[in-house]
Design a protein around this ligand. Structure first.
Ligand SMILES: Cc1cc2nc3c(=O)[nH]c(=O)nc-3n(C[C@H](O)[C@H](O)[C@H](O)COP(=O)(O)OP(=O)(O)OC[C@H]3O[C@@H](n4cnc5c(N)ncnc54)[C@H](O)[C@@H]3O)c2cc1C
Length: 388
């Protein structure tokens, strides 16, 4: 169960969102196209994100964060993603790692790690996926063996966001590879870069440029036992998946941001571009596209807000977060595709933003649990909550 988030006034939320908007317009928007096409990590922008406190957005104030609710946090993620989705990955993955420590860490772990996570001095992400498995995380092969006061870890993770520039990861391992059911053999560690932890190759991607995705290799990587989150073996998967509720709300928010941006570009372009003596916005087939995009966007935002509010009330919301993630990300893909078609050839040009949205949107349907998996989880919850 989540801990209810402290409420902030509507005025304070408006001030925070205004600061984010100003930052995006002043320090981000003008650099996006260059950084995106060069696939360059945005070091200067990350410094600005640190100053804004984004790396501590949902970390409680007593540990140096802003202590924001999921509702406010999702509005920030939407804004950032509407300008450049890659930036949201730099602080979202980091905050999912942080959320695992906030929710399941010992008091000692919280005091040691969270202030440095909140300031952005230590940044990182979540290391779950392996070359042989992503959806079926119980099949992971990375193993941690207890050795005195330490654990020694061997294995390989892949597709890890922030893998190169991040220095600390919530690392899912097997502490008992034989036990059944398989999830009882998993544990989650706070894994900081040190001897035995190397970064493999940087992975080349269709979109989501600028943010680093990499393989992480662990060879006789030795860390103190007090970096086992909660101090208890066998609870790794629930601890990792517990953070994913917020993770799915945040992916829904990214979907809303991308979908909104695609719609705004289409609304503008369709009034500028003329065919057969009138703006294309006056052709009925374009109007139908715009109406469908706007309606899906609105529905996505409602689902996102409902899931975030349930999370903030401390309720179980895996079904709500799953529905928001599923619908908002499919809407992002739909809106990006429709916006590209409305732009005609220019939608296919690297000089127009809509081309980036078209490459970014598919990732949202894969990350934080594929949309195929979301449907299965939603159906399971539906049955469980409505037993006859
Ligand atoms: C850019 C990018 C960034 C990422 N960042 C991270 C990160 O920071 N940390 C991290 O740990 N991982 C990360 N990932 C990995 C991501 O979480 C996985 O790719 C995702 O979970 C899917 O796993 P997979 O690729 O192994 O696909 P698979 O699990 O092999 O699935 C393949 C297909 O089968 C379907 N499928 C699988 N099981 C079922 C089932 N039971 N029923 C129906 N259909 C099923 C899937 O939906 C999918 O369509 C990232 C991936 C990308 C592309």
């Amino acid at each position: 169960m989540n801990t209810p988030a402290p409420a902030i006034s509507a005025e304070t939320e408006a001030q925070i969102l205004d600061a984010v908007d100003k930052f995006l317009e002043r320090d981000v928007r003008q650099h996006v196209m260059r950084l995106e096409h060069a696939d360059e990590y945005p070091h200067d922008i990350v410094e600005g994100m640190k100053e804004l406190g984004l790396f501590g957005a949902i970390i409680p104030e007593e540990y140096g964060g802003l202590g924001l609710s999921a509702s406010t946090y999702s509005k920030i993620v939407e804004r950032v993603s509407a300008v450049w989705m890659s930036l949201s990955g730099i602080f979202n993955s980091h905050l999912i790692m942080s959320a695992a420590v906030v929710r399941f860490g010992t008091e000692e772990q919280k005091r040691k790690w969270l202030p440095k996570f909140a300031s952005g001095e230590i940044r990182g992400g979540l290391a779950l996926t392996e070359p042989n498995c992503g959806t079926d995380l119980q099949a992971i092969r990375t193993v941690a063996k207890r050795d005195g006061d330490d654990y020694v870890i061997n294995g390989t993770k892949t597709w890890i966001s922030n893998g190169i520039y991040g220095t600390c990861f919530a690392l899912l391992v097997k502490t008992d590879p034989e036990v059944q059911p398989r999830h009882k053999g998993t544990s989650l560690f706070i894994a900081d870069k040190r001897d035995g932890f190397t970064v493999g190759r940087k992975l080349e991607k269709l979109g989501y440029k600028g943010i680093d995705s990499a393989e992480l290799i662990f060879e006789d990587y030795r860390i103190p036992a007090d970096q086992l989150i909660s101090g208890e073996e066998g609870r790794g998967l629930p601890h990792a998946l517990g953070g994913l509720e917020l993770g799915r709300i945040n992916i829904a928010a990214r979907g809303v941001g991308v979908a909104r941006s695609a719609l705004e570009l289409a609304v503008k372009y369709s009034q500028e571009r003329q065919t057969f003596g009138k703006p294309i916005a006056e052709h009925q087939s374009i109007q139908i596209k715009l109406a469908d995009m706007a309606t899906r966007l609105e529905a996505s935002r409602h689902l996102m807000e409902a899931a975030a509010k349930a999370y903030d009330r401390g309720e179980r919301c895996d079904m709500e977060a799953g529905m928001a993630k599923l619908f908002a990300t499919e809407t992002a893909l739909y809106n990006a595709t429709e916006s590209m078609r409305i732009h005609g050839a220019y939608g296919y040009s690297k000089e127009f933003d809509v081309e980036r949205l078209y490459r970014d949107a598919p990732l949202l349907c894969i990350g934080e649990g594929t949309n195929e998996l979301q449907r299965i989880l939603i159906a399971r919850q539906l049955i469980q909550r409505n037993q006859i």
